[in-house]
Design a protein around this ligand. Structure first.
Ligand code: 2AM
Ligand code: CA
Length: 275
């Protein structure tokens, strides 16, 4: 969590909202941790081919929403497992964008790369975000104007200036086989120009890796708002750039994401242009 200097009211609001989001993320993480020993017996349901959901995703989401709505009864929610449910009856300036378990496929395989991700918007402006990496128990936070943090350590994107030494992250277009040929072109160019490419299987985790300088850049073509809400703010607050594949500032919506420091981001964008 960021330290408490700075007194502007908006800053205080951002910090209070971040504290609440962290509390909700921890409540969801408790559900996930409790289920880890019995993951082999969990029932996998397919939302669409190769996109799985379990009772753990659903329960973790319900716990997060319970914590948030107890404190903010008029808030709106955009949450992965209830995204098609009826919207809040009251229009609200406050919206929580929730992925209760980002990396469900990893979780189901016991591969320790999954997280709870919660982004907070005030009047449509990303104001706070938390990504709680459950297996590593790392809590990444960001508040508008107050930086991105891992515990007490302030995060900065890497200062890589040349792609040759860069390590990039990506996600495959696993839901869109028709896009694989175009993606193969992209990954071929990035592989040829950098020191390596990694694929964690959890977009929110990838974005925290860029915000903390562990990765120099990241791109993926089809993401959902709950995958990226917290991570976009984290990249910005860590001094990085986060856009779609056309270079437009990232929004909390469906679509592509390209992230990195300014130089690596520009280089990645160029690799994505020719198909
Ligand atoms: P999820 O686990 O919350 O569904 C981007 O790759 C995102 O796609 C991931 O963050 C992950 O979020 C989702 N996803 C769903 N099914 C996937 C799969 N089979 N492989 C990789 N990512 C998957
Ligand atoms: Ca999820």
């Amino acid at each position: 969590m960021p330290p408490t200097e700075g007194t502007a009211p908006s800053r205080r609001d951002a910090r209070a909202l971040l504290a609440l989001a962290c509390q909700a993320a921890e409540a969801a993480a408790e559900v996930i941790r409790a289920a880890e020993p019995r993951r082999a017996n969990l029932d996998w349901r397919e939302k669409s081919p190769v996109d799985f959901v379990t009772e753990v995703d659903v329960l973790a989401e319900a716990r997060a929403i319970e914590v948030l709505s107890a404190a903010e009864p008029n808030a709106m929610f955009l949450a992965e497992e209830s995204a098609s449910a009826a919207p809040s009856p009251l229009p609200s300036a406050l919206r929580f964008v929730i992925d209760p378990l980002d990396g469900t496929t990893n979780f189901l395989h016991g591969l320790p790369e999954y997280a709870v991700s919660i982004g907070v918007e005030v009047d449509g402006v990303l104001t706070a975000g938390v990504v709680l990496h459950v297996p590593r128990n790392e809590c990444f936070t960001a508040a508008l104007g107050a930086g991105a943090w891992l515990g007490d350590t302030r995060l900065r994107v890497s200062n890589a200036a040349s792609p040759q030494r860069a390590l990039m992250g990506t996600g495959f277009p696993f839901k869109r086989p028709e896009d694989i040929p175009q993606y193969i072109g992209q990954i071929s160019r990035v592989m040829a120009g950098t020191s390596g490419v990694r694929r964690a299987g959890s977009a929110s985790v990838d974005l925290t890796s860029v915000a903390s300088g562990r990765l120099d850049g990241f791109w993926e073509t089809y993401l959902s708002p709950w995958d990226v809400a917290a991570g976009i703010l984290m990249i910005r607050e860590a001094g990085g750039v986060c856009t779609d594949a056309e270079g437009r500032d990232s929004q909390v919506t469906f679509g592509s994401v390209v992230a990195g420091n300014a130089v690596m981001h520009r280089w990645l964008l160029d690799q994505l242009q020719d198909g």
